[in-house]
Design a protein around this ligand. Structure first.
Ligand SMILES: Nc1ncnc2c1ncn2[C@@H]1O[C@H](COP(=O)(O)OP(=O)(O)O)[C@@H](O)[C@H]1O
Ligand SMILES: [Mg+2]
Length: 311
């Protein structure tokens, strides 16, 4: 581990018994990657390849069949308040108000804090996610976007070392998703929060992530490549499509999802692939990457095909 490494995933494998034969089948294997402090990493792959399972193992909610996860030089053996999870659904307690939902988490983190201190701390995060005025509402009185905001505030309020997000915006409409992405982007820029996030939205990954991990289809899914986001961190949803690296990166991701994720086994046998060091791809930089294919060169108007492939 280098000084800046916060998460080190080492030779991870998770098997589940096949429903028919009862034999153990690895969902994924040979998974190695690292996440540095302050980095935002997205994991992309088709449904069923094992993304949630990896996130659960990082959270300490599931255990690998072999291999392990090291966080801050310690092996993950169970859940910790150092690692906050934001799920696809909001997972709020329905009988509690916005403030109580957040305060509950804050009190479990700092049991000695006074009522006033907890209140003040909660308010800071309620304001941060723009829920000021909704403190006393219950989840049933909130829109989907607001509920997800409470989930984000609750996760941020415990000041975790790592934020783990499993498709946190996928159930929201496009407009709400966009504004929440902007908020997460600005919060992460301010706090330099380490984030590991699963998404199947290519533009979301390109907006938020410093690096995008491409996971092939299972069973025995592997990491195909790690794509570096070569656009500056100051990118926004409104201007990133004008950046010269935008289409090369986007097309590369679409090509992966539509074609390569499925046929990776064939690619593997001819490429000298080393799972410990999956190829790192930096598109748009002056030196062309060996992984650059024809599909990386021209713009594609939308990612409908990729979305279909992921459905
Ligand atoms: N507890 C479990 N028991 C048996 N199979 C499981 C269990 N959890 C996940 N799986 C299987 O592992 C595979 C990966 O699941 P998951 O991690 O949810 O994928 P993803 O998040 O990429 O869609 C799926 O085929 C799923 O059926
Ligand atoms: Mg999942």
């Amino acid at each position: 581990m280098t000084i800046d490494t916060q998460i080190s995933v080492e030779d991870l494998k998770r098997s589940f018994p096949d429903t028919e034969s009862g034999e153990d089948v690895p969902v994924f294997e040979d998974i190695w990657f690292k996440v540095d402090k302050g980095e935002f990493v997205c994991l992309i792959g088709h449904s069923g390849c094992g993304k949630t399972t990896i996130l659960n193992i990082l959270a300490g909610l599931d255990a690998p069949t072999s291999g392990g996860v090291i966080v801050d030089h310690e092996e993950v053996t169970g859940p910790s308040l150092d690692r906050a999870v934001i799920f696809q659904g909001h997972a709020l307690m329905p009988w509690m108000t916005v403030r109580s939902n957040i305060a509950f988490a804050v009190r479990s983190r700092w049991p000695d804090w006074t009522k006033e201190k907890v209140f003040e701390h909660c308010q800071k995060y309620i304001d941060l996610v723009h829920l000021t005025g909704a403190e006393n509402k219950k989840p049933s009185q909130l829109s989907g976007g607001m509920k997800q905001r409470v989930g984000i505030a609750r996760a941020m309020a415990i000041e975790p070392k790592i934020m783990l997000m499993d498709e946190p915006f996928s159930a929201l409409d496009a407009l709400t998703r966009g504004s929440l992405q902007d908020e997460v982007l600005s919060i992460c820029a301010d706090t330099r929060q380490t984030v590991f996030m699963i998404t199947h939205d290519i533009d979301e990954a390109m907006l938020l992530a410093d690096r995008i991990i491409l996971m092939t289809n299972g069973p025995k899914a592997k990491i195909c490549e790690i794509v570096e986001n070569t656009m500056p961190r100051t990118r926004t949803r409104h201007d990133m499509h004008r950046h010269p690296h935008y289409y090369p990166i986007r097309n590369h991701l679409i090509e992966f999802l539509v074609n390569r994720s499925e046929k990776f086994e064939a690619e593997l046998s001819s490429s000298g692939y080393d799972p410990l060091h999956p190829p790192v791809v930096s598109l748009g930089l002056s030196k062309p990457s060996p992984a650059l294919s024809e599909a990386d060169t021209g713009p594609i108007g939308n990612n409908g095909e990729a979305a279909k492939a992921l459905a």
